[in-house]
Design a protein around this ligand. Structure first.
Ligand SMILES: Cc1cc2nc3c(=O)[nH]c(=O)nc-3n(C[C@H](O)[C@H](O)[C@H](O)COP(=O)(O)OP(=O)(O)OC[C@H]3O[C@@H](n4cnc5c(N)ncnc54)[C@H](O)[C@@H]3O)c2cc1C
Ligand SMILES: *[C@@H]1O[C@H](CO)[C@@H](O)[C@H](O)[C@H]1NC(C)=O
Ligand SMILES: *[C@@H]1O[C@H](CO)[C@@H](O)[C@H](O)[C@H]1NC(C)=O
Ligand SMILES: *[C@@H]1O[C@H](CO)[C@@H](O)[C@H](O)[C@H]1NC(C)=O
Ligand SMILES: *[C@@H]1O[C@H](CO)[C@@H](O)[C@H](O)[C@H]1NC(C)=O
Length: 563
């Protein structure tokens, strides 16, 4: 009996292993019908036929984010369309997408683009996909907009659940989460809705939502489940502070409702534990707040790093005070863009005197193009439209990123402020594109039931560093790019507690469990084991990940990074 059992178990695992290598397009098509498609790199039409209208459109729009999010095979950071370790890819020259000479038609490979896609329209397809993955061994990834900086919506040889077409959106003046007592004004949306649509919807309905800086990021995918910060987070909270309910298919095949009153452990995990880990969200409901009136400041100038250092010095000196006054926003080389919903125009003028004075000083010190605009906006979208016109994120390029949360302690003494400024300038000299994001929920206590690192609420700034490499870079160049952003952020790691934002951290973050989730990690791991005991979902540096899984074969190994 015993031998027979052992025999049949090993037979099953042999069968599974064989199936793993050979899930065919016919099998996928037979199971999922017209909702299934084969993975195709974004630029493949150009490798097939350079002058086809499809290729011309790809070339014309290569650096735009929005068309990439409507194409399942595209990623915003193009390295996640490639396989870092093998060099397989199918890219265009982003410095000149019309550069036909650069494209070698014989060399177009899927890289990390999933092998098959399901265009998800309902929860039944997701249940079937989990069942199929369990039976065949094909790994699943969830792909919403493809913005992920850590490649978690990509994976070689995977079956991707593409959530982009879940586009419903509605407002409820008295939404009651199932089984809960309280009611809220709330927006319910499909998992594919992006900020462009959510912001327009909120504007049309005279309500305020909290969202990120880029209109094409998804409002209820990875952004939300990883934390979700924006320029209003200081006063209105992170995305996870404002979510009331998720509808989700967990890997055990159940379609569940998670909120503060049922599946509470899952709700906790989805409020910061990360996308791609606990299930496939179909729909979310978030709080809608009353319309805000915003006081805004835009200071821009052309100058040297010495001029920008002066700006950062003013920002550090006023960090705690401005956070208390509700300010949030962004600063990069030669730019400072802030808003607050808490102050009157007079109070805002008074509060921003150091910035007005800085503008005068910068002129005297030889900076040019110094422009200071202070204005009132009657809604988030009215401000956002002005902001986003002048501040477009990079898309269509290879871009490694690393970051750090800057603790309130760094702002409290003259020595710590000085140390922060010096660290920032040192980081700048490694990676000149530094961004200071005043998007921490510094004045928003939260309800104690979110799973992002608690360091978020004790922070003033989230600071990011980026680098890049050429479209045709070698493995050595790419390794150097990841190391460069990590070395840049080391300057800040030295002076801060171990904390960073899970969605925008170093891909190879050391000590990532504590850094991304702090003391919440143990509880998150228990939730992962409960809802996904067979480990159908997995992603890079995600809760409970299996770092030896073949799905991670396109990431660099520790040995490669240390060499
Ligand atoms: C240009 C740019 C600007 C950004 N600005 C901000 C910002 O202002 N604030 C901020 O907080 N972050 C920002 N980010 C980071 C952003 O939060 C992450 O890139 C995030 O992962 C994007 O989520 P997505 O669903 O749009 O992308 P995807 O890459 O499609 O998905 C990201 C992750 O979430 C998972 N996921 C997606 N949908 C679901 C679902 N329905 N159910 C379960 N898992 C899912 C995926 O599997 C993957 O692991 C920005 C990123 C970029 C590239
Ligand atoms: C594509 O079209 C351009 C101009 O219309 C032409 O000059 C070029 O030779 C064509 N290239 C190919 C590969 O057909
Ligand atoms: C919009 O909402 C604000 C704040 O709730 C309210 O004072 C105002 O009257 C509303 N405007 C319209 C046009 O409904
Ligand atoms: C001032 O701004 C303009 C427009 O952005 C730019 O072309 C010019 O180079 C800037 N001047 C200097 C001295 O940097
Ligand atoms: C990479 O592409 C550029 C064109 O964009 C070309 O000039 C360069 O020689 C290429 N480098 C390699 C290593 O192929």
């Amino acid at each position: 009996m015993k031998t027979g059992l052992v025999f049949s178990l090993s037979l099953i695992s042999t069968l599974t292993a064989t199936a793993r290598a050979t899930v065919s397009w016919d099998q996928v098509r037979a199971k999922f019908g017209d909702s299934a498609s084969q993975g195709r790199p974004y630029s493949k039409p150009c490798y097939d036929s350079w002058n086809s209208s499809e290729c011309v459109s790809i070339r014309d729009n290569y650096l735009l984010a929005a068309p990439r999010t409507t194409n399942a095979g595209a990623r915003i950071q193009t390295q996640w369309e490639t396989c870092h370790t093998t060099g397989e890819q199918c890219l265009l020259d982003f410095t000149n997408p019309n550069n036909r000479g650069a494209v070698d038609s014989s060399r177009c490979a899927l890289g990390s683009v999933p092998k098959y896609f399901i265009d998800v329209r309902n929860h039944k397809q997701v249940q079937e996909a989990f069942h199929f993955s369990r039976n065949t061994g094909i790994p699943i990834v969830i792909d919403n907009t493809g913005h992920d900086y850590k490649g978690r919506s990509s994976g070689p040889g995977t079956l991707a659940l593409w959530t982009h077409n879940l586009q419903d959106i509605s407002l409820d003046d008295a939404f009651v989460a199932e089984g809960c007592p309280a009611s809220y004004q709330a927006v319910t949306m499909g998992a594919g809705v992006q900020f462009s649509k959510l912001y327009a919807f909120a504007e049309a309905n005279n309500v305020t939502v909290v969202g990120g800086s880029d209109a094409s990021v998804g409002a209820s995918g990875g952004w939300l489940m990883g934390g979700g910060h924006g320029a209003l987070s200081n006063t209105l909270g992170l995305g996870v502070d404002r979510v009331l309910q998720f509808k989700i298919v967990t890997p055990d095949g159940k379609y569940r409702t998670a909120n503060a009153c049922q599946n509470k452990d899952l709700f906790f995990a989805l409020r910061g534990g990360g996308g791609g880990t606990f299930g496939v969200v179909l729909e979310t409901t978030i709080k809608a707040s009353p319309q805000v009136t915003l006081q805004a400041v835009f200071l821009t100038f052309s100058g040297t790093i010495e001029h920008t250092k002066e700006l950062w010095s003013v920002m550090i000196d006023n960090g705690l005070k401005w956070a208390e006054e509700g300010w949030g926003g962004y600063s990069t080389f030669g730019a400072f863009i802030y808003i607050t919903p808490l102050l009157t125009p007079c109070e805002a003028d008074e509060s921003m005197k150091p910035i007005a004075q800085l503008g005068e000083r910068l002129k005297a010190q030889g900076a040019t193009n110094v422009s200071l605009v202070q204005a009132q906006f009657d809604s988030w979208l009215q401000w956002y439209s002005v902001f986003s016109k002048a501040n477009k994120a990079m898309s269509g390029v290879s871009l490694p990123l690393a970051s750090r949360l800057i603790n309130k302690g760094s702002f409290k003494t003259e020595e710590s402020r000085e140390a922060l400024l010096e660290a920032l300038v040192a980081a700048y000299h490694v990676t000149p594109r530094m961004i200071l994001l005043a998007t921490a929920p510094a004045s928003f206590a939260g309800d104690g039931q979110t799973s992002v690192t608690e360091a978020w609420r004790d922070s003033i700034y989230h600071i990011t560093a980026v680098s890049s490499w050429q479209w045709n870079a070698t493995k050595v160049d790419k390794l150097a790019g990841y190391k460069r952003v990590s070395q840049s952020i080391d300057n800040l790691r030295k002076i801060t507690p171990d904390a960073a934002y899970s969605n925008e951290c170093d891909v190879y973050e050391p000590n990532h469990e504590e850094t991304l989730w702090g003391s919440n990690y143990r509880k998150l791991l228990a939730v992962k084991r409960k809802y996904d005991p067979d480990h159908l979902l997995d992603c890079w540096h995600c809760v409970g990940w299996d770092k030896n899984s073949p799905r991670f074969r396109c990431y660099f190994s520790e040995e490669e990074l240390q060499a």
